[in-house]
Design a protein around this ligand. Structure first.
Ligand code: HGY
Ligand code: MN
Ligand code: MN
Length: 411
């Protein structure tokens, strides 16, 4: 057995201290991208990275890296991490388990005095959730060359603040170019955010790939009018249009036969008054599948449904695609390495595909990439009651450590 082993108590102490930042009454966290709480979380990571003797680097879109040199400084990097921005009322485990787990693994090598052949880097990606600034997975997308930094800087939140202004304001517009290292492998530990592992009583999910998804934003423009005297045939009710599209999204995804899922998650109604016919409604549609043609067909169908609803209700409309990323399988070698590491630790596991998006999807376009999941209690996530048993977090981090050991030492 290797001398390199994780310290579950140190990880627990950090996890609890970290989740005091932006803690909500209901036991979740509120650390949206580039908020004050997100700055505090970043500051805490930088402090812990420095304490661990890592060389800290902040890139031009705020991705935070901590580097531990290996025997061969020119060797390609083993990169591991996730994200610490959260949903507005999110859970404490989403992303954080992957960043603090990665830090714990790198420290375990230092504690054991083991020098790896390859450099190890821990990363916390900017704006993974995409709740405040769309698209999501923005920091890893810029790093992978999918978006350029200027595109990121120009993104606006609902209050009209730009990503660039907010990044400056919190002091995380770094000097380092947001460009890829010479990457050997990327690995991400994450909570499953679904029910499979718990239902099957398994310790670890060996992730084979991630669903693709598209985010659309539609705005219907109708006409505000009095809810009383306005005859039903004379109305241009923007909310009825949105409701028709939402119903179509449910029908489209409930037809069975495919893995397609669809969500209308954000709806803004104006003037949002009990006795006024809604004049303007802006809403989002999120459609996902592990098959890219299924996603394309779903996007086309949503476009048609928006058009038809506008005609039926006498509305103007705008429709914008906020995000589109393809489903893709992870690297077979990484999948095998994660499975072998799980066996070495004595964890039961299954292979599965992720319905949640992850930064690993973009890293997968750069270098051989793998992920591993630990169980989510009741499959809950993106909710304050998100929970994972601590033994599962430690076991998953130990598996990550064993996988990194394999990747960081030249065969
Ligand atoms: O949308 C997602 O799946 C991720 O949480 N950004
Ligand atoms: Mn996540
Ligand atoms: Mn998430």
């Amino acid at each position: 057995m290797s001398d390199v082993t994780v310290d579950g108590q140190r990880l627990r102490d950090r996890f609890d201290a970290f989740n005091e930042i932006g803690a909500t009454e209901a036991g979740g966290v509120n650390r949206p991208s580039l908020s004050d709480a997100n700055r505090e979380a970043r500051d805490q990571l930088v402090e812990w990275f420095e304490e661990a003797g890592l060389e800290v680097r902040i890139d031009e879109v705020g991705n935070v890296f901590g580097r531990r040199e290996g025997r061969d400084p020119d060797a390609d990097v083993v990169l591991l991490g996730s994200h610490v921005d959260s949903q507005y009322n999110g859970g404490r485990y989403d992303g954080v388990v992957g960043v603090l787990g990665a830090l714990e693994v790198v420290e375990a090598f230092s504690d054991a005095g083991v020098e790896t052949d390859r450099p190890l880097e821990v990363v916390s990606w900017s704006n993974e959730e995409g709740v405040r600034f769309q698209p999501d997975m923005l920091g890893s997308g810029v790093y992978a060359g999918v978006f350029d930094p200027e595109f990121a800087y120009g993104l606006e939140d609902k209050a009209g603040k730009t990503f660039g202004e907010e990044l400056e304001r919190i002091g995380y517009r770094g000097e380092a170019p947001a460009e890829p290292d010479d990457l050997h492998r990327y690995l991400e530990l994450h909570v499953e955010q679904g029910p499979v592992l718990e239902e099957r009583g398994l310790d670890v999910g060996v992730v084979e790939g991630v669903y693709g998804f598209a985010w659309l934003e539609a705005t219907f423009e109708g006409q505000a009018d009095h809810a009383g005297p306005t005859p039903m045939h004379a109305r241009q009710d923007a909310f009825v249009g949105a409701a028709e599209v939402a119903k179509a999204v449910r029908e489209l995804t409930a037809t069975g036969g495919t893995d397609l899922v669809g969500t209308v998650g954000s709806v803004d109604v104006w003037p949002n008054s009990i006795n006024v016919i809604p004049e303007r409604v802006t809403f989002t549609v999120d459609v996902r599948s592990y098959d890219n043609e299924t996603i394309d067909a779903a996007v086309d169908r949503v476009r048609r449904e928006v058009e038809h609803a506008a005609e039926r209700e006498g509305l103007e409309y705008e429709l914008e695609e906020l995000m589109r990323i393809d489903a893709a399988p992870f690297d077979d070698g990484c999948i095998e390495t994660v499975a072998a590491a799980a066996e070495e630790v004595g964890c039961s596991y299954t292979h599965l595909v992720s319905g949640a998006g992850h930064d690993a999807s973009y890293l997968n376009q750069l270098a051989p990439t793998g992920m591993l999941f630990v169980p989510s209690v009741d499959g809950v996530s993106h909710r304050e009651s998100e929970y994972t048993e601590w033994d599962d977090v430690v076991a998953g981090t130990e598996v990550l450590c064993r996988a990194v050991e394999r990747m960081a030492t030249r065969a």
